[in-house]
Design a protein around this ligand. Sequence first.
Ligand code: NAD
Length: 357
Amino acid sequence: MKITLLPGDGIGPEIVDAAIAVLNATAKKFGFDVTYDKQLLGGCAIDATGVPMPEATVVSAKAADAVLLGAVGGPKWDNVAPEVRPEKGLLGIRKALGLYCNLRPMVVSKFTAYLSPLKTEIAEGADLLIVRELTGGIYFGEHNEAHLNAQGIEEASDVELYTRPEIERIAKFAFEVARKRRGKVTSVDKSNVLGTSRMWRKIVSEMQSKNYPDIELTNLYVDNCAMQLVLNPRQFDVILTNNMFGDILSDEASTIAGSIGLLPSASLGDGTGLYEPIHGSAPDIAGQGIANPLATILSVAMMLRYSFDLIDPANAIEAAIICVMDQGYRTSDLYKEGLTKVSTSEMGCLIAQELLI
Ligand code: NAD
């Protein structure tokens, strides 16, 4: 297993170290070998090489089986030229790896339900996965910036374009992953208004009746989905949607979990997959050893599941996290009276130890 590590900036190196401790323990328990190649991305890469994504990083990532990323950016680089901003590294690496499928799971366990902005009885037990198309749609269509039209009125437009193969490959992923979960797909669109959405709904429905009759498919308009997420998040298993709706709905869903430090993600293409927590580099707490590493550790579990099909090791990491939480250990962001506060590295060690029991 060849993993490229991109710890990045701020809390990135701390949370990635904790995740490596857990991955090493998992490898020991299940008898597989991992080799790491640490590379630069983001602000640290700008400092060392002048660019946010050095060529060596791309070469390493493309040659790896998977990439684990911490986070990039911070105030130090807020005023650098737009073309060398740390975020350029993030977008650049996603593009270089051709990642078209973004996965954002959101689980509300009994240990964290009290942190949710929703009532505990509504949030607790929610367990959903958003499958978002990542390289098509309006974000990548033609952008006509603001200009004066023939009548002298200022106008701008952005084009939403999807092709059948783009929709088929992301829908296939959602159906297949639903088979390994609870067998439900909610496809989200705006087919009452948009032509792309009508084609999306037609193709997804055709695929379900032809190839996935065992999967329960529900179609929802995006506005209704946004409401249903806060009214009853437990109704969802897999949510399949396009680039822009996925961007918005995944951020909405993430707030339900209560702490941004709990949420992992995966971005997949036809080759190397990229795994990263959904949060940023948290410069306000960097270097203090108090960041929550669980989102990164859960990203490692996703890596084992989606890039290596190592289901038992992935499940073992998630079970070890539950055991450690059950014993009352929490990082600062999840802490409340009566529990034991631990540092970033202690949390990583506790989960690693739990795996090796
Ligand atoms: P952020 O996610 O870094 O932080 C938001 C808040 O959540 C902060 O209060 C932070 O302390 C807290 N937080 C984040 N992760 C945490 C963790 N693991 N444990 C405990 N608390 C945590 O977002 P921001 O402050 O808007 O951005 C900071 C920098 O990160 C910016 O430079 C931004 O561009 C960058 N950023 C990077 C990514 C990425 O690398 N994928 C994503 C978002 C933001």
